[in-house]
Design a protein around this ligand. Structure first.
Ligand SMILES: [Ca+2]
Ligand SMILES: [Ca+2]
Length: 423
């Protein structure tokens, strides 16, 4: 989540990078999957040019439609909950179309529908155990709770292999925003690996375990087989999860393009009790990626064994916390297990802890939930909140066992600190 004073710094970075100029009509996705050798260079993705527009309140629908047509665009779909319409324009002239719409008072916001990529780094390590569960003391949490069927986790990703024996008992009906259908099968494998990290079954004499083994998974498909996800589909998926009462949403996707629409979706969800957990992404830089750097999103960086920061993990003022994200043994779409790396797998580890917490304390507000997760982290690096570890590495046991009175009632400003309640 973006810390308040960082808004200006982020803008400065953005302008100094000149991104708006070198990005094509739809912005650029991150290139973090699967090109581990190309982590820092945004890759330009050829995709239909989509523009997100929000008509002004009370604007005459006929005038809006005419303005859209005159600008050379057509309406593709609407997101009524966010008051937005998704427009499609010719790729060659999308830039002009967008600028024309921006100069029309009929719209309060016009922005590119950027595309996000997944934050996975393929890996082939020699280890054969799930070190990450011990590092974040998930077994210590399981003495208290292993999650609840009443607290599902929405996985906004490439789908989930519902036939995987570690996931088959827990995959809920979801939605595919690419095909507008109920087919949530996984065409990429990323979503199945994320889902298993959060909630693979345990105590079933096979494979490994997720952080919240009893938590159901709601697959929401936005990422296609080419590792491209439109921001508008991510926003629709977040809204869908919130509308269906899912309080924990994981988005292991991102791009370095700020978006009002993504922020609106996060705010919509937050107002309905839903918290979005997002991968910090893997560029090993402090350039904010979204939705991780949106306000109220829990941005999760990655650690490697030994509580070291994973070298690929992004960092910055917008980082909330870290979780294991390197050498992670998790479910593969093919049906077995395999090794993966990336902040893609750190975010669902924290989402899993959130599901554990809510299974015990279902009445926590989003603000209370996030503070409980933050304040029970094990501090790493420089004392207190810092750029590289945020509040520290999530601790599942502490998160589910902390006494409510030990959680500070209000957020503090950076540098982070809180006051324990006097006894
Ligand atoms: Ca298992
Ligand atoms: Ca620290």
């Amino acid at each position: 989540m973006k810390r308040a004073f960082f808004a200006l710094a982020g803008l400065t970075l953005w302008i100094s990078a000149g991104c708006r100029d070198f990005l094509p009509g739809n912005g650029a996705p991150s290139a973090e999957f699967p090109a581990a050798t190309d982590r820092c260079t945004p890759k330009v993705e050829a995709a239909p040019s989509q523009i997100i527009a929000r008509p002004a309140p009370g604007a005459d629908p006929a005038a809006v439609a005419e303005a859209i047509a005159q600008a050379g665009a057509r309406t593709h779909e609407a997101i009524p909950a966010l008051g937005a319409v998704i427009l499609r324009a010719d790729g060659e002239t999308a830039f002009e179309t967008r600028d024309r719409l921006r100069h029309t008072p009929l719209f309060t916001r016009v922005e590119d529908d950027a595309v996000a990529g997944a934050a996975i780094i393929p890996n082939d390590p020699a280890f054969i155990t799930q070190w990450h569960l011990r590092a974040m003391d998930a077994p210590g949490a399981w003495d208290t709770t292993t999650g609840s069927p009443q607290v599902p986790i929405a996985v906004v990703d490439s789908g989930v292999n519902a036939a995987h024996p570690e996931l088959s008992s827990k995959v809920l009906p979801g939605w595919n925003f690419l095909t507008e259908s109920t087919d949530t099968s996984d065409m990429l494998g990323h979503g199945t690996a994320v889902a298993g990290t959060a909630a693979a079954a345990f105590n079933n004499a096979m494979g490994g375990a997720g952080v919240a083994p009893l938590a159901p998974i709601m697959p929401l498909v936005v990422l296609n087989a080419n590792n491209v996800a439109y921001y508008s589909d991510i926003a629709r998926a977040i809204v869908y999860a919130a509308d269906h009462g899912v309080r924990v949403v994981n988005v292991s996707l991102g791009a370095a393009v700020p978006s009002g629409l993504l922020q609106d979706a996060v705010d919509y969800a937050w107002s309905r009790g839903t918290v979005v957990f997002a991968a910090a992404m893997n560029a090993a830089s402090s350039l904010p990626h979204f939705p991780a750097a949106c306000d109220r999103v829990v941005a999760v960086g990655a650690t490697a064994p030994g509580d070291r920061r994973a070298t690929f993990s992004d960092f910055g003022e917008w980082l909330d916390m870290v979780a294991p994200g390197d050498l992670i043994y998790t479910t593969h779409a093919g049906g077995g297990y395999g090794w993966v790396a990336g902040t893609s797998f750190a975010a669902p580890a924290v989402a899993g802890v959130a599901a554990l917490v809510l299974s015990r304390q279902p009445d926590l507000t989003p603000d209370q939930l996030v503070r409980q997760l933050q304040q029970t982290c094990d501090d790493l690096g420089a004392p207190g909140w810092d750029l590289y570890f945020g509040h520290g590495r999530v601790n599942a046991r502490r998160a589910v066992t902390v006494a409510p009175a030990a959680i500070a009632p209000v957020d503090t400003t950076a540098p982070f600190a809180w006051v324990q309640s006097p006894t």
